[in-house]
Design a protein around this ligand. Structure first.
Ligand code: NAD
Length: 427
């Protein structure tokens, strides 16, 4: 099949390259000239394991453009995978989705063949039918579900293992209304061996929010218990290993630490809270999950001050800036909150991350420009009074921590075993 993907970020690029691997031809569309150029040179504009190799292997089976007409006229199915960030007040910002829908609509006007538009971006229930559909209809002069197909297909991939997740998902959720669209998407996803869960469109939209809110709550719940465990001298990882053996609960996403960040949980929980409030509901569980998560990274500073009470002028190392390992994504990373607090306390921060230093500097100039970046984790260990572990990159397991005070937010076993003084956040 011929597929176009609007938005070549973490989800768009991985989804598109996943479809290429399954034997389809893909045209990527992005407004960012730099990304378009890089993709056409088979260079991934983001770091994601296996992506560079895949782009090299399938060169010629995909291309990128800024031109919607070229993409829509030369494909059968278009996925919208642009960002859906938060506005100041936490509500969802649909400006990229609206812009993309308008451009797709304009191109659809010229198209004679049946075309399917699929919303893959995370959008609140009702958005596809109440926002995307009218824009597409207005600019194409055509009717959804008759002249063109429209569906909602949320994405559940995890950054860091995104390609693997796209090709081996637990399930594929497809919200559709008309049979023709259902059949086309069924065919496109047929090579993937996973349950295909068909629903109506707004149910598919809600499944994504409910999943993310649940996972975020699961982690915050673990951290709440973990904080109690820490005071009682109990290893909370052992506790949740034991709890997770219950098949009703499952052991995944159940590790304590300094909480969740990234491009999804923070903005999706906020958007759902705002939506619920708009509807006159008070989502107290999700709000509590957010509240626990806000406080959790600062536990690391509390523990550090047990050993270094006055941080003024002290050199503190930070290992890890990405919001999780194996990605260069720093959106809502815990590192930002932690480093900001260290700087406010007068500490001098020396940081290292294998992939995310450039992004961190660019995304967070207020703190990013005040810290020293070094080229290896050994430099962090050599030149500092104490070290905080913020992201669990596997290379941090290879270091010699024997001379150091280490405060660990993620549980790096080498530090736990080898550090001169060691504190785990919830263990
Ligand atoms: P991203 O910011 O990495 O990528 C979005 C891309 O869209 C950017 O390259 C941007 O230049 C491009 N863009 C913006 N406006 C455009 C337009 N009008 N036309 C063409 N391109 C345009 O975002 P992301 O992390 O890939 O997330 C995309 C969506 O997928 C969001 O709704 C997100 O919630 C959802 N999602 C993300 C993840 C994840 O792990 N990142 C997982 C599941 C779902």
């Amino acid at each position: 099949m011929k597929v176009s993907v609007i938005g070549s970020g973490y989800v768009g690029l991985v989804t598109g390259m996943g479809f290429v691997k399954l034997g389809n031809e893909v045209i990527f569309v992005d407004v960012d000239e730099r990304k378009v150029k890089m993709i056409n040179n088979a260079e991934p504009p983001i770091y994601e394991e296996g992506l560079e190799e895949l782009m090299g292997e399938f060169k010629g089976k995909y291309r990128a453009t800024k031109d919607y007409h070229e993409a829509i006229l030369n494909s059968d199915v278009t996925f919208i995978a642009v960002g859906t960030p938060s506005k100041e007040d936490g509500s969802i910002d649909l400006k990229y989705v609206k812009e993309a829908s308008k451009s797709i609509g304009e191109a659809l006007q010229e198209k004679e063949d049946y075309h399917v538009v699929v919303v893959k971006s995370t959008v609140l229930p009702g958005t596809t039918e109440e926002v995307v559909k009218p824009i597409l209809e207005k600019h194409s002069g055509k009717k959804a579900f008759e002249d063109f197909g429209l569906a909602m297909n949320p994405e559940f991939l995890r950054e860091g293992v995104a390609l693997k997740d796209f090709l081996n998902p637990d399930r594929i959720v497809i919200g559709v209304q008309d049979d023709r669209t259902r059949k086309i998407l069924g065919e496109l996803y047929a090579p993937i061996n996973a349950p295909k869960f068909f629903t109506d469109i707004k149910t598919a939209e809600m499944i994504k929010y409910a999943s993310n809110a649940f996972l975020a709550t699961k982690i915050s719940f673990a951290n709440e218990i973990g904080n109690i465990c820490k005071k009682l001298g109990i290893d909370s990882w052992k506790v949740f290993e034991g709890v997770g053996l219950d098949h009703r609960i499952s052991p995944h996403f159940f590790k304590t630490g300094i909480g969740w960040g990234g491009s999804c949980f923070p903005k999706d929980t906020k958007a759902l809270i705002r939506k619920a409030e708009e509807l006159g509901e008070d989502p107290i569980i999700i709000k509590a999950a957010v509240e626990v998560n806000k406080k959790q990274p600062l536990k690391l500073i509390e523990l550090l001050k047990k050993h270094v009470p006055n941080l003024k002028g002290r050199k503190v190392g930070v290992l890890g800036l990405a919001f999780k390992p194996n990605t260069d994504d720093v959106r809502e990373t815990r590192a930002y909150v932690i480093i900001k607090e260290l700087l406010d306390e007068g500490a001098k921060v020396i940081a290292y991350d294998p992939q995310a230093m450039e992004n961190f500097k660019r995304f967070y100039p207020d703190v990013g420009e005040k810290i020293e970046y070094v080229n290896s984790p050994d430099d962090v260990l050599r030149d500092t009074d104490a070290v905080l572990i913020v992201t669990e990159w596997s290379e941090f397991e290879e270091l010699d921590y024997s001379e150091k005070i280490v405060i660990d937010g993620r549980r790096v076993r080498a530090a736990e075993k080898g550090a001169k003084i060691y504190e785990g956040v919830c263990w």
